[in-house]
Design a protein around this ligand. Structure first.
Ligand code: ATP
Ligand code: MG
Length: 405
């Protein structure tokens, strides 16, 4: 197990090695922000004036991750890897997402000013912990403000993905988006469509998993990003109801389950081919399956009293039940949740026999010719078992005999 201390120690060692060879090196970006906030960085990015070739020559095990961007991944020891990026400047964004030209630079100041937000543009002296702040990031951290580096409009025109990043960091940290930065997002929100759907969905997923998904969703709707993202699908997502529901998704579930529930609450009530929409968003097959499963069951889950007993028991013994209940929490159906709890208590008092009582081989032994009848008969046996009218194999066979007679 790599502890957070040893991850930090390794980062210092990598930085020190660069310095011992006459290069500059600093911690940069997210890790500095997180350290100053007293949060644990999930990784350390190191910046240097050494070129990628010089970095590669210095360390035993390296591989180039973003060769075009001058990023070298250094494998320092088992489980400890660091991205070492050469200072760079970026110029000429013509596709609204990526710079056309990336040039290495000898200046850390230049490297910092190409970064998106002031709180993401701080450098830290790896050994002394001294902060180098060229953009006012420390003051913004203290004041809890998310502010674009430089002219916000220019920055969002260059790279439209930054608009979603603004909303995500604001939701994650609980920081206000600085008014000019916010106005610039609102002004350019309609252009979000130039970003690939995969990148948009990655950002949305990260946003849904922050501490404040509801705040993030409100911002997406208010700033016009939600309509910019979904209008090509003919879908205008609602604001407030969805925001409140996203905030009620229980945190203790797996990220995958939380994301399926998020999509189900966002799409609730949309008059569209929902499966088609989920496919257009290029969600994984598993996420599409589980989201559609929730949407299809929404009515049954919300009104268990309208189901026959066997159908209630089928849901109560479904391995996905915790996800169903979390979905009901998000929808604020406390009554239905209480009703489902009664259903498990009933099951605990009067347990089911091991299922299934009989299978195809038993039907064959009874001399029934193979065919679609099998499925019907087995389903009938299952229903009677779930409703506790039969409990043994013998009773099941008796039932089949009476059904085919
Ligand atoms: P997280 O904890 O979510 O990874 P992070 O700040 O590390 O947060 P990354 O996406 O890993 O974010 O990016 C690392 C750093 O690179 C950022 O802190 C920022 O300085 C810079 N950066 C990343 N994406 C962009 C972008 N689209 N435009 C400008 N700078 C960016
Ligand atoms: Mg990061």
């Amino acid at each position: 197990m790599i502890t957070s201390d040893s991850l930090l120690e390794g980062a210092k060692e990598v930085a020190r090695k660069l310095r011992d060879h006459g290069f500059e090196s600093y911690f940069a970006g997210g890790c500095v922000r997180d350290l100053l906030l007293g949060q644990e960085p999930k990784d350390y990015d190191i910046v240097t004036d050494a070129t990628p070739d010089q970095v590669t020559a210095l360390f035993k095990r390296t591989f180039e991750v973003g060769a075009a961007f001058g990023v070298v991944r250094v494998l320092w020891s088992k489980g400890r890897e660091y991205e070492v990026a050469t200072y760079r400047t970026e110029a000429l964004y013509t596709d609204g997402r990526r710079p056309d030209v990336v040039a290495y630079s000898k200046s850390k100041e230049e490297d910092v000013t190409r970064r998106d937000f002031t709180i993401n543009a701080l450098l830290m002296e790896p050994v002394s912990g001294e902060i180098l702040d060229f953009v006012g990031g420390r003051a913004d951290l203290a004041a809890q403000i998310l502010r674009a580096v430089g002219d916000p409009e220019e920055r969002f025109k260059e790279d439209k993905l930054r608009m979603l990043r603004a909303v995500r960091f604001s939701a994650r940290l609980g920081f206000a988006i600085e008014p000019r930065t916010r106005a610039a997002v609102a002004k350019h929100a309609a252009e979000i469509g130039v970003v690939s759907v995969e990148r948009i969905v990655m950002e949305l997923h990260a946003l849904f998993l922050t501490e404040r998904p509801g705040q993030g969703w409100r911002d997406l709707v208010e700033l016009g990003l939600a309509i910019g993202i979904f209008k090509t699908f003919g879908f205008e997502p609602p604001g407030e109801i969805t925001a409140a529901r996203l905030d009620r998704i229980p945190r203790e579930l797996s990220p995958e389950a939380r994301l399926s529930i998020a999509w189900a609450v966002i799409l609730d009530g949309a008059e569209l081919d929902l499966e088609e929409l989920l496919r257009s968003l290029k969600l994984s097959r598993e996420m599409i399956r589980s989201t559609m499963n929730l949407l299809r069951r929404a009515e049954a889950l919300a009104s268990p009293e309208r189901l026959r007993l066997a159908d209630r028991v089928r849901i109560a013994i479904d391995p996905e039940l915790p996800v169903y209940l979390a979905y009901l929490s998000a929808l604020d159906h406390a009554g239905a949740i209480a009703r489902w709890h009664q259903e498990f208590e009933a099951l605990a008092r009067d347990p089911l026999p091991p299922l299934p009582l009989i299978g195809g081989a038993d039907l064959k032994a009874l001399g029934i010719p193979q065919g679609p009848r099998y499925k019907e008969l087995l389903k009938a046996v299952e229903t009677e078992t779930l409703e506790r009218r039969i409990r043994t194999k013998e009773e099941a066979i008796e039932l089949v005999r009476s059904l085919i007679a």
